[in-house]
Design a protein around this ligand. Structure first.
Ligand code: HEC
Length: 154
């Protein structure tokens, strides 16, 4: 938690140094960045989900690519995407303000998702049955965080 907030403070001072254009939109840019990250998760998870459901034919190479993308995306440092004051109460965001008060739990939920993605990376290239077996933990890890920290979305 401390580390993330320190990084956030560094980002804010950087925004001041680089001029008002960036500083003014800092919160909006950060929200867009994290929503973009989430949409990249959804695209790659969707590719795996379509195979799991039999909507798309199982393809070990494509499945491995999607799972590897997830692991790579989850390895990015996201701390600058979540500045304080960017919650749904004060910004165009679906993040509950609670998220900032529960940082250790947020980190744990993020780690669980990462571990499920790593497990998927092996399963995805094995066979369809293994992919299906890894899907529940991965999808469930996304949902666990959304239930706790995301406003209900239509
Ligand atoms: C550690 C918590 C956490 C995890 C893990 C997580 N999400 Fe999210 N997700 C959020 C929060 C919070 C938001 C709301 C972001 C905002 O609007 O500020 C969100 C938003 C989204 C959105 C909407 C983006 C938009 O355009 O508004 C999608 C899609 C999404 N997540 C997909 C996923 C998928 C797929 C996974 C798993 C592979 C995942 N998320 C894992 C917390 C999480």
């Amino acid at each position: 938690m401390k580390r993330a907030f320190t990084l956030t403070a560094a980002t804010l001072s950087l925004a001041v140094l680089t001029g008002t254009a960036f500083a003014d939109g800092h919160i909006d840019h950060a929200i867009k960045a994290r929503q973009s990250q989430m949409n990249l998760y959804a695209f790659n998870l969707g590719a795996l989900g379509a195979m799991a459901k039999g909507q798309v034919e199982y393809d070990a190479e494509a499945a491995t690519k999607a799972a590897t993308n997830l692991v790579t995306l989850m390895s990015l440092d996201q701390s600058m995407y979540w500045p304080q004051g960017s919650d749904s109460g004060s910004a165009k965001s679906n993040t509950k303000a609670d998220m900032w008060a529960n940082f250790p739990d947020v980190m744990a939920k993020g780690k669980a998702t990462y571990e499920a993605a790593v497990a998927m990376q092996t399963a995805a290239g094995t066979d369809l049955e293994a992919l299906r077996g890894a899907m529940g933990a991965l999808g469930g890890a996304c949902t666990a965080c959304h239930k706790a920290y995301r406003e209900p979305m239509n």
